[in-house]
Design a protein around this ligand. Structure first.
Ligand code: GLN
Length: 197
């Protein structure tokens, strides 16, 4: 199993390390053609407007949408969650390029200045013990469609969701040694490979 990490911006090396610790082979994806060689894709955090613009510039938007149409799993973290969402609040304009794959409305920089970054232990549906989560200028999920399963909340706010083969969290699981959310994603990729034969 090989999983790609979109290498336009963000903590690419950290995601690769976490995926490998979770038992997958992981590669940095710099060109859309490389998507043909991987069975799952991680979109790291960074600045969602920058990632969106770079995805458009390097022809990733259609390529990732087609990757998703094939049922191949995608995991967006922080800014990666933002670019996966159908609706983004807090953007300068409606034309910000994004993937619009997950049926949810997200709010950028939702925690306010005094809580720009913090850590918390969170319970995730499907993971036995709480996981360690690092939030950095994190977004929140405001609304989800009926096919979206919210698998983690903190203080009543939605921070991790799954829609079939798509997974998104508003924090940075790659910045801790806790690899269980990556493990969860690796399991999703394994299941999708079994389904596709
Ligand atoms: N605040 C960033 C954005 O809006 C996301 C922050 C992050 O990925 N750590 O894109």
């Amino acid at each position: 199993m090989k999983i790609g990490v979109l290498a336009l911006q963000g903590a690419v090396a950290e995601h690769i390390r976490s995926l490998e610790a979770a038992g997958a082979e992981a590669v940095a994806i710099k060109w859309p053609q490389q998507l043909e060689d991987v069975q799952g894709l991680v979109i790291p955090g960074g600045e969602s407007t920058t990632i969106g613009k770079l995805m458009r510039k390097y022809d990733f938007i259609k390529a990732i949408q087609q990757f998703s149409e094939q049922g191949k799993p995608i995991f967006g973290t922080c800014a990666g969650l933002i670019v996966l969402a159908t609706q983004i609040e807090g953007n300068q304009g409606p034309e910000e390029p994004h993937l619009a794959l997950m049926d949810m409305k997200v709010r950028r920089n939702a925690f306010g200045r005094q809580r720009e970054s913090f850590e918390a232990d969170l319970s995730v549906k499907g993971i036995h013990e709480p996981i360690r989560a690092v939030f950095i200028r994190a977004p929140l999920i405001d609304q989800v469609g009926s096919h979206v399963d919210v698998i983690c909340e903190t203080n009543g706010e939605m921070v991790t969701a799954r829609q079939g083969h798509l997974l998104a969290c508003s924090f940075h699981p790659e910045l801790t040694d806790d690899i269980r959310l990556h493990q969860y994603f690796v399991d999703m990729v394994r299941e999708s490979m079994q389904q596709q034969g």
